[in-house]
Each structure stands twice: as structure tokens, then as C-alpha cells.
Design a protein around this ligand. Structure first.
Ligand SMILES: *Cc1c(COP(=O)(O)O)cnc(C)c1O
Length: 397
């Protein structure tokens, strides 16, 4: 069978693949320490579950409007108004099967062959593959660990061409955990306005912040930039609801309308029950997430401190999200039982096979010298994992 060429351009999500391998090993009775999973280990809040149960009992189990129920779209509009001070109409909100699906609808609605999207590196893995799937080009903007992965406007400007359609902003960032401050975002916004570009602002970790860090949405910098920004968000991370598959996009009416048409011809509505659950989640608001983040904060301290105590590893303190992204560059070139560890992928393979530790290698995030460890896992797992990691890395010669 001859498959479409676009299939050959992408790989399965490496984070999901690593998580699946770790789970399969655990199912075989192997004591795997899993740092790969990109989801909160907390249970979905009770009121959310109750709302879903009530929806089932009430027979709310049929098709809904394809773009999402009014109640949920209103709750999203209220949230964006009260938390960000932004005004949206219903026609500017599209509820999809997770933020990943929102981003995919956006890529389909926006991109044509030869179009370019600028993605600051390191980046969340699906941005580039979704771009490639839609025949466009992912133009990577390198940043430097030494200055906190800051976007430098002059470097961004140099990548803008006639074919550039959008810039992706992900703050707080998966995998680096950095946040962009107002000044940096102003620099990006000025370029977007000057070159007539769309901003895709993935704000899924907006509430997962530490040490008093605050979230600035680029859309709040003024009406001109708001008009050319699509905010992508969802309930997966903030309310421990990754399996429920509810995300949303808020942006220009014409674009959201096109995305809604694509959705109506592809998936139709997101799960009716999950939509009711998402309404309940948004009603819980920040207090639920704050409690979860307090726990993440302790784990963040523990994992970053532990990583920095390992010889040859250095790890920045992330300001948001729930990932440590240690630099393992000094491990590269060493030798393990299967040969030279030349790339982060080799190190991840070594750790999984010989130490039963699952980490995600840096390559699919656009890094040649990092691995990603999620600390959305129990404190006990973190301490055991760090000890095991230290032992495994010492074995390399
Ligand atoms: C988890 C994640 C998403 C996707 O979340 P959904 O579960 O699809 O809502 C999007 N962007 C980033 C950066 C993520 O880490």
C-alpha cells in the first residue's frame, strides 16, 4: 500500500512512546522509575467526577454542538475575561479533544505547502510534527540555556520570511520550565505586528508556576496583538484531567470558524460528558491547582537539587510546568555496556535498559544535550530515582 507522503515526515510522539514502554515494563513486573509521563499524578477533583456522573445519569450522552456546549464556551469566556481581562464572543471559542487537537485544527486551518512557522527551541514535540503533517515547514529558533532560553528579537527577526505565518509561544514552557516576561513578549509582539504574523500562545501550564512567578499572556499586551493571537489552553494539566480530552482555542473569529468547520467534518464534538466535567473544573478555578502546585514545588526542589549533586549533570531551576530539563552534555562521549553514549537518546536507552529509569531524550524537543524528567510523580519515586540515576551515571566510563 502506498501511504500519503506526509506520514513519512513524522514519528509517533516520543514522550507517549517512552511512557508506553515504561508502563509495559512495569506490567512485566520490572521496577521501572518513570520520569517520562507528562501528566499530573493527582486524581481528577471530586466535583469534576461528580459532574461527569451527573451528566451520564441525566442522559447527556449524545452529540453536542460540534464546537462545544454553550455552557462550557461561556465558562471559558468568563475565565479569559476575569483572569486575563480579555473579551471574546462565542464564535471566537472552539472546544476540542484536548489542547493538542486544538493545535492540530489550527495547523490544518492555517498552513499550506511551503508555509513556515517559527518555533523557539527547545519546544514541545508536537508543534513541529503537526506543522510537517500539514505540509509546512517548522523553522526552529535556537535559544541559549545560559540566558534562560530567552528569545532575542533580532534573532527572531532574521528567521521571518515571506512565507512565515506564525510564531509559537509556550510559556511556561514544556520542556524547559521557563516563562517569558512582559518585555520579551513585547519584543515578539512588535515583530508579529510589523510582519503581519499570527501568535500561537500555548498557555496550558499558565497556573503551574513557582516562587511567585506570574503568567503573562501575550494577548494581554494590547488590542492589536490580541487580535492576532490564538490562545490554546485546556483542563488537562491544571485539573489533572489528561484522559478527559478537553482543550480549547480562543482567537480571531475567521480562524476559529475555519477550525470549527474542520472539527465538524473530522471529530465532531468533544466528549459530551467531558465537556460537563470541564465546566465543573473551570468553576473550581485556581484553588485546586494551587494545592497541586504546592506539592509540585517541593518535588521540584528535591529533583533539581538531586540532579545538580550528580557529577556531570547540571539543572536549571524551572519557573513553571513540572519538568526538570538537566544538561547531560558532559555525559556524552562516555561509554556504557552498549557502546559510546553519543546522544541524549543513547543515554535514555542506557538508563531504561540498564537502570530501569525512563526519561525522555532531548532530541525531539530540539536539544542535543538534555533529557527531560517529569516530577509529576511521588516524592518517594523521585528520591529512589535520583539515587538510581546517580549510580547508573557513575557506571559510565
Ligand atoms: C500536555 C501539553 C499539551 C496538550 O494537552 P492536552 O492534553 O492535549 O490538552 C499542549 N501543549 C503542551 C506544551 C503540553 O505540555
Amino acid at each position: 500500500m502506498k501511504l500519503a507522503a506526509r506520514v513519512g515526515r513524522i514519528a509517533p510522539s516520543p514522550t507517549l512512546a517512552m511512557a508506553a514502554t515504561a508502563k509495559a515494563m512495569a506490567a512485566q513486573g520490572i521496577d521501572v522509575i518513570d520520569f517520562s509521563t507528562g501528566e499530573p499524578d493527582f486524581d481528577t477533583p471530586e466535583p469534576v467526577k461528580a459532574a461527569a456522573e451527573a451528566a451520564i445519569r441525566a442522559g447527556f450522552t449524545k452529540y453536542t454542538p460540534s464546537s462545544g456546549i454553550d455552557e462550557l464556551r461561556s465558562a471559558i469566556i468568563d475565565k479569559l475575561r476575569t483572569e486575563l481581562g480579555l473579551q471574546y464572543e462565542k464564535s471566537q471559542i472552539l472546544v476540542s479533544c484536548g489542547a493538542k487537537h486544538s493545535l492540530y485544527n489550527l495547523a490544518e486551518a492555517l498552513l499550506e505547502e511551503g508555509d513556515e512557522i517559527i518555533i523557539p527551541t527547545p519546544y514541545w514535540v508536537s508543534y513541529s510534527d503537526q506543522t510537517l503533517l500539514n505540509d509546512a515547514k517548522a523553522v526552529l529558533l535556537p535559544t541559549r540555556e545560559a540566558d534562560g532560553y530567552a528569545i532575542r528579537p533580532d534573532e527572531l527577526q532574521r528567521l521571518i520570511t515571506r512565507r512565515t505565518k506564525a510564531i509559537i509561544i509556550n510559556s511556561p514552557c514544556n520542556p524547559t520550565g521557563i516563562t517569558y516576561d512582559r518585555r520579551m513578549l513585547e519584543g515578539v509582539a512588535a515583530l508579529a505586528e510589523r510582519h503581519d504574523l499570527l501568535i500561537i500562545s500555548d498557555e496550558i501550564y499558565e497556573k503551574v508556576l513557582y516562587d511567585g512567578a506570574s503568567h503573562v499572556s501575550i494577548a494581554t499586551l494590547g488590542p492589536e496583538i490580541a487580535a492576532r493571537t490564538v490562545i490554546i489552553n485546556g483542563v488537562s494539566k491544571a485539573y489533572a484531567m489528561t484522559g478527559w480530552r478537553i482543550g480549547y482555542a480562543a482567537g480571531p473569529k475567521e480562524l476559529i470558524g475555519a477550525m470549527a468547520n474542520i472539527q465538524s467534518q473530522s471529530t465532531s464534538n468533544p466528549c459530551s460528558i467531558s465537556q460537563k466535567a470541564a465546566v465543573a473544573a473551570l468553576r473550581l478555578g485556581e484553588p485546586y491547582t494551587i494545592k497541586m502546585v504546592q506539592e509540585f514545588a517541593l518535588r521540584r526542589q528535591a529533583i533539581v537539587k538531586g540532579l545538580n549533586q550528580i557529577s556531570g549533570v547540571s539543572c536549571r531551576m524551572p519557573a513553571g510546568a513540572f519538568y526538570a530539563f538537566p544538561n547531560i552534555g558532559r555525559m556524552l562521549g562516555k561509554t556504557g555496556p552498549d557502546g559510546v553514549i553519543a546522544h541524549p537518546q543513547d543515554l535514555a536507552n542506557y538508563l531504561l535498559k540498564h537502570a530501569h529509569i525512563a526519561v525522555v531524550p532531548g532530541e525531539p524537543f530540539g536539544s542535543q544535550e538534555h533529557v527531560r524528567l517529569s516530577y509529576a510523580t511521588a516524592m518517594d519515586t523521585i528520591s529512589r530515582g535520583l539515587e538510581r540515576l546517580n549510580g547508573a551515571l557513575r557506571q559510565l566510563t
